[in-house]
Design a protein around this ligand. Structure first.
Ligand SMILES: *[C@@H]1O[C@H](CO)[C@@H](O)[C@H](O)[C@H]1NC(C)=O
Ligand SMILES: *[C@@H]1O[C@H](CO)[C@@H](O)[C@H](O)[C@H]1NC(C)=O
Ligand SMILES: *[C@@H]1O[C@H](CO)[C@@H](O)[C@H](O)[C@H]1NC(C)=O
Ligand SMILES: *[C@@H]1O[C@H](CO)[C@@H](O)[C@H](O)[C@H]1NC(C)=O
Length: 520
C-alpha cells in the first residue's frame, strides 16, 4: 500500500521533491535525512552504518536531478563520484575491521567545486564559458589535491558568473553561457549574487554537503549572504590558488561555502597550507595556520571578551526600511549578552572612495592583473583552442550566439587586453588601495583595539577584498519577502581563529538558517 501510495504521489512534482529531498528516508524509517545534514551528522551515520558514502552521493544526485533544472547551481556532475564514494566506503570498512578510527571529517563527503577550480578528471574546468570546454588541465589544483588526500568525493562543478564577470559589466550575477541563469532558491527575483553563485545555491538547496568558491572582490561573501549560507573568505595566501582560473594574485582567495560554520571550518582545515605552485603567497600566510588547525576555535563561548566594531555607514543604508535593520539590532544585543564589547557607529576613513571601484584603483589593477595571470593559466592547458585572452575574445566573436555576445558583449575583456602589464598607472592604483586599507580598515581595527568588524549584509566584503583580509558571513535573517541576509565579520590578516570563534558563537546563539521553504 505504501508503495502504491508513493507511486501515485510521485506524479506530483512537489511530492517528488519531498521524496528526493531526503524525506523518503523518514518514510522508510531511517533516522538520517540529507536535508540540512552536517558533516558531523553524516560521519555519525557512516559510523553507525546507517548510511554509506555511495548512498549519500545517490541522494544528492537525486536532489540535483530534481532541483537543478530550476536552480541551475550545478554545471557538471562527476561521472566518477559513485566510484569515489564506493572507494571511501571500502576504506572505512577496512579501517573499522582493523580497529582504526579517524579517517578525517571530509572522508566520503561530497564536495562541489566552482567551475574555475581545476580537476584533472572527467570534469571540465571552464569558468562557465564554452571557450574552455574540452580543454585539459595539466593537473589538479592545489586545493583539490588536498581534498582528494582528505578522502572527499568530488561531486561536480558549480555554475558561476561567467569569467567572474570580468568579461563584461553586463554579465548578470549567476549567469554563464554553459549553465544559464543560476536562481536564488529563496526569492527568484532577487538573484543569487556572484560570482560563486552555484556553490552557494547548491549548498542552500541541499544538493551537496559542502562547496568551494573563490573570491577576488566579494565573490564568496555576497552569494553566501544572499543564499543564507556561511561563506568564509580566507586571508589571501592561506589557501593555494594554483590551478584556479585567476583574476589577481593580490586578491584571489579560495574558500568554503557551507550551511554551517563547523562545516566551513572542517573544509578550511582540509585546504589550507603551503603549496610550492603558489609559493610566495602560501609561504607568507603559512605562519598564520595554528597547530591543530582551526576546529579548536569552534567555541560556544567564543564571544566572551571580544571587542567588536560596528560599521553602519554605508553598509546598512541598502537595508533602509527593511526588517533586516531590526534583526541586526537584535543580533548586536545577542553579541553583547554573549560577552562581547560592542563599539558602535565606527567609521572607516575614505569609505566613499573605497566603495567606488573606479576611484579606489581596483578596476585599473584587476584588468591588468587579469590579462597577465589568465595568459599564464591558459599557457599551461593541454589541447585548448584558446591559449590567451586574445584567443578568448576571438572565440566569443566566433561563437557569439552561444556566448550571448549581442546581449552581454565583452567590454571588460577588451579593456583588459589593451593593458600592457603592471606599469606606472597600475602601481599607483595598487599603492592607493594599500593606503586606503592601511588608513581605513587597519586604522579602524588598531585604533579601537578590535578583534573584528561587524556589518550588516555583504557590502563590507569590498573593504576586506582590496586589502587581502579574511571575512566570514553567517545567516542573520530573512526580509519580509523571504530574501536572506547575513552578518559579516571581518578581521586583520591571519585572524581566522578569532573570526571563527565569533562566527561560531553567534551562529550557535541564533541558529537563523532555514532551508528554502519552496523546496520543503
Ligand atoms: C566535458 O566536456 C565534454 C565536451 O567537450 C563533454 O563531452 C563531457 O561530458 C564533459 N564532462 C562532464 C563530466 O560533464
Ligand atoms: C532612509 O529612508 C528615509 C525615509 O524612508 C529617509 O528619510 C532616509 O534619508 C533614508 N536613509 C538613508 C541612509 O538612505
Ligand atoms: C590532444 O588531442 C589529440 C588530437 O585530438 C589527441 O590525439 C591527444 O590524445 C590529446 N591529448 C590529450 C592529453 O588529451
Ligand atoms: C575564430 O575563427 C577564425 C576564422 O574562422 C579562426 O581562424 C580562428 O582560429 C577562430 N579562433 C577561435 C579562438 O575560435
Amino acid at each position: 500500500m505504501r508503495i502504491n501510495h508513493r507511486a501515485s504521489l510521485l506524479s506530483s512534482p512537489l511530492i517528488s521533491l519531498l521524496v528526493l529531498s531526503g524525506f523518503v528516508n523518514a518514510i522508510d524509517g531511517w533516522k538520517f535525512t540529507i536535508t540540512e545534514a552536517t558533516i558531523d551528522d553524516i560521519q555519525r551515520a557512516f559510523t553507525t552504518n546507517e548510511l554509506t558514502s555511495r548512498q549519500l552521493v545517490d541522494l544528492y544526485l537525486g536532489q540535483i536531478a530534481s532541483l537543478n533544472p530550476l536552480l541551475r547551481g550545478v554545471l557538471e556532475v562527476n561521472p566518477d563520484a559513485r566510484d569515489q564514494a564506493d572507494q571511501a566506503d571500502h576504506e572505512r570498512k577496512a579501517a573499522a575491521n582493523q580497529g582504526r578510527r579517524g579517517l578525517g571529517e571530509l572522508h566520503g563527503i561530497p564536495v562541489l567545486l566552482k567551475d574555475s577550480i581545476a580537476t584533472e578528471d572527467a570534469l571540465n574546468t571552464t569558468c562557465g564559458s564554452y571557450a574552455l570546454l574540452g580543454s585539459k588541465v595539466p593537473r589538479d589544483s592545489g586545493v583539490v589535491e588536498r581534498l582528494r588526500r582528505a578522502g572527499a568525493v568530488i561531486l561536480g562543478k558549480a555554475t558561476l558568473a561567467e569569467w567572474y564577470g570580468v568579461r563584461s559589466t553586463k554579465i548578470p550575477e549567476g549567469w554563464c553561457a554553459r549553465g544559464g541563469q543560476g536562481v536564488n532558491p529563496y526569492v527568484e527575483s532577487r538573484g543569487p549574487c556572484g560570482s560563486s553563485s552555484g556553490s552557494a545555491i547548491s549548498v542552500a538547496a541541499n544538493m551537496v554537503s559542502v562547496s568551494l568558491g573563490t573570491e577576488t572582490y566579494g565573490s564568496i561573501i555576497c552569494p553566501g549572504d544572499h543564499n543564507s549560507v556561511v561563506g568564509l573568505k580566507p586571508t589571501v595566501g592561506l589557501t593555494s590558488r594554483a590551478g584556479v582560473i585567476p583574476i589577481s594574485p593580490r586578491q584571489d582567495s579560495i574558500g568554503p561555502i557551507c550551511r554551517t560554520v563547523t562545516d566551513a571550518v572542517y573544509l578550511l582545515d582540509a585546504i589550507v597550507g603551503f603549496d610550492p605552485r603558489d609559493y610566495e603567497a602560501t609561504k607568507a600566510a603559512a605562519k598564520f595556520i595554528p597547530a591543530g588547525g582551526y576546529r579548536q576555535f569552534l567555541n560556544q563561548d567564543g564571544l566572551k571578551g571580544k571587542r567588536l566594531g560596528v560599521v553602519r555607514n554605508p553598509f546598512s543604508d541598502s537595508y533602509n526600511g527593511s526588517t533586516a535593520i531590526l534583526a541586526f539590532e537584535h543580533h548586536l544585543n545577542v553579541l553583547r549578552q554573549r560577552g562581547a564589547t560592542i563599539l558602535d557607529n565606527l567609521e572607516i576613513a575614505d569609505i566613499d572612495i573605497i566603495m567606488d571601484p573606479s576611484r579606489s584603483g581596483v578596476i585599473i589593477a584587476l584588468l591588468a592583473e587579469f590579462k597577465l595571470s589568465i595568459n599564464d593559466y591558459l599557457e599551461e592547458l593541454i589541447n585548448s583552442t584558446v591559449k590567451s585572452l586574445s584567443d578568448i575574445i576571438a572565440f566569443n566573436l566566433n561563437n557569439s550566439v552561444l556566448e550571448m555576445m549581442k546581449e552581454y558583449g565583452q567590454n571588460g575583456f577588451l579593456t583588459s587586453e589593451m593593458t600592457t602589464g603592471i606599469g606606472e598607472e597600475e602601481i599607483k592604483a595598487i599603492k592607493k588601495m594599500e593606503y586606503l586599507s592601511k588608513y581605513g580598515f587597519e586604522k579602524l581595527m588598531k585604533d579601537n583595539n578590535l578583534d573584528a568588524m561587524v556589518t550588516l549584509g555583504s557590502g563590507a566584503s569590498i573593504v576586506l577584498a582590496i586589502g587581502g583580509y579574511p571575512a566570514i558571513t553567517v545567516p542573520a535573517g530573512y526580509e519580509s519577502d523571504g530574501m536572506p541576509f547575513g552578518i559579516l565579520f571581518g578581521g586583520l590578516k591571519g585572524t581566522e581563529p578569532k573570526l571563527i570563534e565569533i562566527a561560531y558563537a553567534f551562529e550557535q546563539a541564533t541558529m537563523v538558517r532555514r532551508p528554502p521553504r519552496s523546496l520543503l
